[in-house]
Design a protein around this ligand. Structure first.
Ligand SMILES: [Zn+2]
Length: 262
């Protein structure tokens, strides 16, 4: 179950995405953040081959999901706490299994130009449009977060006839080398708090302009600056106290569960 809100909650009964699949590989394995709600793992397994087909990539590279029990991350993000967020890189999966070291050290492909106002012609390609679009078209997807320069490029190139998918694609800080896919609250998680729905329309309006104000473009935000440090257990939903304090040993956890009335 996803418990709480994307930037303030935890995950009960999370499952692990296998580090290597036919059309995906998980990066930065040392972080142990390839966990999520079963719906998120199912989503990645279903989306990876779709994205591969849409882009002609061999597959996709998966960045952070959530910790095994979700909760605040010590570095990197404010959200990713309830097992419904996943970062996916703007980089085709290579045609071989990457080593552990490569998964730690390979840098993502930054597709935003130096000026912060355009995509970078050297790294951006039409396949990136297909990649984002395929993510946004999946029904369980709530939002796809990308850098504002990327959103602007989608507004420029996408045909006026079929832009319904674009409302889900929202500009956000950073996100120049990956997309952030967020799923809707699953039906089995009554304590998951939904995010307000995205506004109607393609988002290619004045609301996009403020992202290109000089002071915002020049904000130096390292890719992994955000964190939820300072967030305390008492700030999370009460149900998270039990989840985050449960014993680590799976055997003892199973025994505990059997002795509890259902
Ligand atoms: Zn993210």
């Amino acid at each position: 179950m996803a418990i709480g809100y994307y930037p303030s909650g935890c995950l009960q009964g999370g499952v692990e995405l296998p580090a290597t699949g036919p059309t995906w590989q998980v990066m930065r394995l040392s972080r142990n953040r390839n966990w999520g709600h079963p719906d998120l793992v199912k989503f990645v397994e279903r989306f990876a081959p779709l994205a591969a087909t849409a882009t002609s990539w061999k597959g996709i590279l998966i960045g952070d999901m959530a910790q095994p029990r979700g909760g605040p991350l010590p570095f990197g993000h404010k959200s990713h706490q309830i097992g419904l967020d996943v970062d996916i890189w703007f980089m085709p999966m290579p045609d071989r299994v990457l080593s552990k070291e490569e998964r730690e050290n390979i840098l993502g492909n930054n597709v935003v130009a130096e000026d912060g106002k355009h995509v970078d012609d050297k790294t951006w390609s039409p396949a990136d449009v297909a990649f984002i679009r395929t993510a946004a078209e999946q029904p369980e997807v709530e939002r796809v977060l990308v850098n504002a320069a990327i959103k602007k490029e989608l507004c420029r190139v996408e045909s006026p006839n079929n832009r319904s998918w674009m409302s889900k694609v929202r500009p956000w800080y950073g996100h120049a080398d990956h997309i952030h896919v967020r799923l809707k609250c699953p039906a089995d998680s009554p304590n998951c708090r939904a995010q307000p729905p995205v506004p109607d329309g393609d988002g290619c309006d004045k609301s996009l302009d403020h992202w290109f104000a000089d002071w915002i473009v020049h904000l130096k935000i390292p890719e992994f600056s955000g964190s939820s440090r300072g967030l305390k257990l008492k700030d999370l939903p009460p149900a998270c106290t039990a989840v985050l304090n449960a014993p680590a040993n799976p055997a003892s956890a199973a025994t505990d569960e059997r002795s509890q009335p259902r």
